[in-house]
Design a binder for this molecule. Structure first.
Ligand code: PXG
Length: 288
C-alpha cells in the first residue's frame, strides 16, 4: 500500500512522521474521512471545502490549493488500484519544538491514506442499532467548535468509551446544556409525524457530508424537513431514528438507553432514504 506523504508516494512501512510533529504532540491538525464507490469519490468538493474551512478555523495554511490536493488524492487511489476505498486525508501543523506555539512549526505535514473500507456488519442495517446517551458532553463550541474536524478527537473517544462500556457501538452526545448534538462519529436524525429533523450544527455538531446529502434527498423526495433543538426525550418519543456518516452511510436506530423505538424495527422512511442514498452514491461522485 502506498501512502501520500508531503508530495511523495511512499510504502506504508516507510510512511513515518516525526515525534515532534504537532499533530501527534497536541492533536494540532485537521482531517477528512472520504469514501469512494466503484471508482467514484463521493462528494469530493464538499469534503475539500470542509477540510480547508477546518484548517482556516485553526489558522493552519494548507500548503497547496484544493485542485492540487484533489490530484494527490486521485494519484494515491490509483497507485493502490482501489475502487471502493476509504480515504483518510490529514494536514497537521507539522514538525516543531516542544512548545504549543504553532509559529515554531516549519511546514504543515500532509498525508493521504487510502485503504479498503471497513463496514458495519450487515445485521445493523437490517435489524437496526442500539445506542445510549453518553455521559460525556460534546465540546462547548466556544471552547473547541465541533464544526472543525480537528485531529483532537478525545471528546468523541471518551463518549465512544461510554458506548463500549454499555455494550453498544455508538453513543449520543449532548451539548453542555443538554440538547442532542450528534454521535461520536455520526450525525443523528429523527422522523416525527412524517417530518425529518436533525439538530442544527450551530449548537455544536459536525456539518456531516452524509447529513447534507440526506437533507438534499429528503427535499427531492418531498419529505418535510427542519433542523430542531431536541432533548433525548424527543428521541425516545420519535417515530424513527437513524444515524448518518461516511463510514455508516445511513443506519437505523431501534433502541436508545434501553427504550425501544418504532417497535424495535427500522422505520419506513429510514429504509426509503437508505435506498435513495445507495442510488446517489452511484451517480454523485468524481470518477478517477
Ligand atoms: N459527526 C462526527 C463527530 C464525525 O466525526 C460525522 C458526524 C459524520 O460526518 P460525514 O461527513 O462523514 O457524514 C463524523 C465523521 C471513521 C471516522 O474512521 C468517521 C468519522 C470521523 C472520524 C473517523 O469511521 N465520521
Amino acid at each position: 500500500m502506498k501512502i501520500y506523504l508531503n508530495g511523495k508516494l511512499v510504502d506504508k512501512e516507510k510512511a513515518r512522521i516525526s515525534v515532534y510533529d504537532h499533530g501527534l504532540l497536541y492533536g494540532d491538525g485537521v482531517f477528512e474521512g472520504i469514501r469512494t464507490y466503484d471508482g467514484m469519490i463521493f462528494r469530493l468538493k464538499e469534503h475539500m471545502d470542509r477540510l480547508y474551512r477546518s484548517a482556516g478555523a485553526i489558522e493552519l495554511k494548507i500548503p497547496m490549493p484544493k485542485a492540487k490536493m484533489v490530484d494527490a488524492v486521485i494519484k494515491t487511489l490509483k497507485a493502490n488500484s482501489l475502487k471502493d476505498a476509504y480515504i483518510r486525508l490529514a494536514v497537521t501543523r507539522g514538525f516543531g519544538d516542544l512548545g504549543l506555539d504553532p509559529r515554531k512549526c516549519s511546514a504543515p505535514t500532509v498525508f493521504i491514506i487510502t485503504d479498503k473500507i471497513k463496514l458495519y456488519p450487515k445485521k445493523f442495517y437490517q435489524e437496526g442499532l442500539e445506542i445510549i446517551t453518553a455521559k460525556t458532553r460534546r465540546n462547548f463550541p466556544q471552547a473547541l467548535d465541533p464544526r472543525i474536524k480537528s485531529m483532537n478527537y478525545l471528546n468523541n473517544i471518551l463518549a465512544k468509551i461510554d458506548a463500549i462500556k454499555a455494550g453498544t457501538e455508538e453513543a449520543i452526545m449532548l451539548t453542555y446544556d443538554g440538547y442532542v448534538a450528534e454521535c461520536t462519529g455520526d450525525n443523528i436524525f429523527i422522523v416525527k409525524g412524517g417530518v425529518l429533523m436533525t439538530p442544527p450544527v450551530e449548537i455544536g455538531a459536525l456539518e456531516g457530508i452524509t447529513r447534507d446529502a440526506v437533507i438534499g434527498l429528503a427535499k427531492k423526495m418531498g419529505i418535510g424537513f427542519s433542523t430542531k433543538l431536541m432533548r433525548v426525550e424527543d428521541l425516545y418519543d420519535a417515530d424513527e431514528v437513524f444515524l448518518t456518516g461516511t463510514a455508516a452511510e445511513i443506519i437505523p436506530v431501534v433502541k436508545i438507553d434501553k427504550r425501544t423505538i418504532n417497535g424495535g424495527k427500522p422505520g419506513e422512511l429510514t429504509l426509503k432514504l437508505m435506498k435513495e442514498f445507495k442510488e446517489l452514491t452511484k451517480i454523485d461522485g468524481v470518477r478517477y
